[in-house]
Design a protein around this ligand. Structure first.
Ligand code: HEC
Ligand code: HEC
Ligand code: HEC
Ligand code: HEC
Ligand code: HEC
Ligand code: HEC
Length: 368
């Protein structure tokens, strides 16, 4: 299909009302992406204007913000050393009353944690004859309600090995179960090469060593200047400073886009990303509708929000419009006005108490 054919088929769509507007916007976006690839930004803007303001432009078409090059602003830390950041313990020395009270229960803090011998996962590992011998070697557990993995340190600094077997916690009336128990073995490559960047902090893409277990304050707040204790605005993500949405979606997207690739390292996690950087200078993402539509609702709402901000400069909504990270709450999302992103989880024209099925998630990258 040529570019003009694509455009023509887009214009044909309003004839299909009442399927209407949503499809149309989607279609324009798709064409916009194709055009962006083919002709670059200036031609794109001209063509989009022609569509939106042209004579035969259908009325009620939502004006499409010009698609921008998502890599155009800001900097990155590719090929630079990871900063020597202040650790969470040091931050919590001063922030123990506001942040320290909830942090020990935060999923970000807990994604990788010391293994409790009395946890159901470890009990199951010990009780299974084929995995029994590994149970005493396990030092860390990784994961939440969907799946847990077993890990231990290697002799090298900042490295872990991961056990092939995994534990699926009980859910929806189904008992928990161990999986991949045939020929269980330790693997000293996978965690560093494929997981560390999103489940540990300060990973150096060259050595694949991390500087802190699990997700430290650094992953979201970056290399905080201690001068911030006099001027809170110096700290990234400080509510006083209101970072622009593109900064926010870069920070959250470094881990929550689970379908990207670093151009420079080829890995599924970003190369030396530091909060405040532009993720999209090095992290490649498939922005197409086709890709978005293949994702299940939770993954899809994330990428749709990131795309709206990074590509279409829709700056009225980012992750923090709906999520309170330290409170682990999405309560505030219920106050928002209806818009396209809601349909990832709710059904159009139905009461909001109803949602699509949001459980049963399958993410190949994370092995569950
Ligand atoms: C691009 C970042 C990224 C990479 C790389 C990555 N993960 Fe994840 N992983 C995440 C995020 C984000 C979540 C939490 C998503 C959520 O809760 O919606 C997660 C969740 C998980 C969970 C917990 C699921 C649950 O809710 O119980 C496990 C287990 C997991 N990952 C294992 C792995 C393993 C093993 C690897 C390496 C083979 C890996 N991940 C690589 C980002 C990543
Ligand atoms: C997963 C990302 C993430 C991590 C990790 C994280 N934070 Fe935050 N933090 C945020 C966000 C987002 C906000 C802004 C809250 C808002 O906009 O409502 C915030 C706000 C704050 C605030 C200001 C709170 C307020 O309401 O005035 C402090 C202080 C803070 N974080 C400290 C920490 C410390 C200390 C750590 C590590 C122990 C940490 N954060 C780890 C995302 C994170
Ligand atoms: C020496 C004590 C101290 C340390 C260490 C410290 N902070 Fe702070 N922080 C403060 C004080 C005091 C404020 C309030 C500044 C203000 O209100 O202007 C603050 C404010 C903040 C804010 C903004 C809150 C707001 O209301 O806007 C964030 C975010 C934050 N700190 C994160 C961190 C992180 C992350 C670390 C570790 C890397 C850290 N702080 C280490 C004392 C500290
Ligand atoms: C360095 C990687 C990383 C960054 C940065 C990050 N997350 Fe996460 N996030 C994770 C992982 C991993 C989990 C899952 C932890 C688990 O269950 O094992 C998670 C869990 C969550 C969850 C589900 C648990 C909960 O708190 O309700 C939400 C929501 C979430 N993240 C939102 C955000 C937002 C918003 C931001 C940006 C401010 C952000 N995350 C930044 C890696 C990250
Ligand atoms: C329009 C509001 C909205 C926006 C914008 C939004 N989210 Fe969400 N998100 C939600 C709601 C509501 C849920 C809760 C779903 C549930 O409870 O099952 C959710 C769920 C999640 C989860 C899974 C939580 C879990 O418990 O497993 C993650 C991770 C997440 N969002 C990350 C993000 C990130 C990262 C961004 C920004 C790129 C973002 N969200 C933008 C509303 C939003
Ligand atoms: C990522 C999934 C997700 C997205 C996106 C989302 N919601 Fe929700 N919403 C939920 C879930 C799950 C609930 C159930 C309660 C909860 O967890 O907050 C809910 C509950 C609600 C409720 C309360 C319904 C009731 O009667 O209890 C309202 C109102 C609501 N959402 C509005 C919206 C609006 C408006 C948008 C778009 C701006 C939106 N939601 C986007 C998942 C989502």
């Amino acid at each position: 299909m040529s570019q003009t054919d694509r455009l023509r088929s887009c214009k044909a769509i309003p004839a299909l009302r009442p399927v209407a507007i949503k499809l149309h916007v989607k279609c324009i976006k798709r064409a916009a992406l194709n055009l962006l690839n083919a002709f670059g930004v200036p031609a794109m803007v001209a063509i989009v204007c022609a569509i939106v303001f042209g004579d035969d432009a259908p009325e009620r078409v939502v004006k499409l913000p010009a698609a921008v090059d998502p890599a155009a602003w800001g900097g990155d830390h590719v090929h630079q050393p990871m900063p020597q950041f202040i650790t969470g313990d040091e931050c919590l020395f001063c922030h123990r009353t506001n942040i320290g009270t909830t942090w020990p229960r935060n999923r970000h803090f807990l994604t990788l944690r010391s293994a409790d011998p009395k946890s159901p996962a470890l009990i199951a590992l010990r009780e299974n004859p084929s995995t029994r011998e590994f149970a005493d070697q396990v030092q860390f557990l990784l994961g939440g309600n969907h799946q847990n993995r077993f890990l231990r340190r290697t002799p090298d600094y900042g490295r872990l090995e991961i056990l092939s077997a995994s534990w699926t916690p009980p859910h929806g009336g189904k008992a928990g179960r161990l999986a991949r128990t045939d020929a269980p073995h330790w693997d000293d490559q996978t965690f560093g090469k494929s997981c560390a960047g999103c489940h540990a902090s300060g990973v150096d893409s060259q050595t694949l060593a991390f500087s802190a277990i699990s997700l430290d304050c650094f992953t979201c707040h970056g290399d905080v200047d201690l001068e911030h204790s006099k001027d809170g605005k110096l700290a990234i993500l400080s509510p006083q400073r209101r970072d622009p949405p593109r900064v926010v979606v870069s920070i959250c997207g470094q881990c929550h886009i689970r379908s990207g690739t670093s151009r420079s390292s080829g890995r599924a996690y970003p190369n030396n990303f530091v909060a405040g950087d532009n993720l999209f200078r090095d992290f490649q993402v498939d922005w197409s509708d086709k890709h978005l539509d293949r994702l299940e609702p939770i993954e899809r709402h994330i990428l749709e929000n990131v795309r709206d901000v990074a590509l279409f400069e829709k700056n009225d909504l980012d992750c923090l419009s709906c999520h309170a990270v330290h409170e682990q709450s999405t309560e505030k999302h219920q106050q928002l006005a209806e818009r396209a992103i809601c349909n990832n989880c709710h059904l159009p024209d139905q009461p909001k108490a109803k949602t699509r099925p949001l459980g049963g998630r399958r993410i190949r990258l994370c092995g569950y």
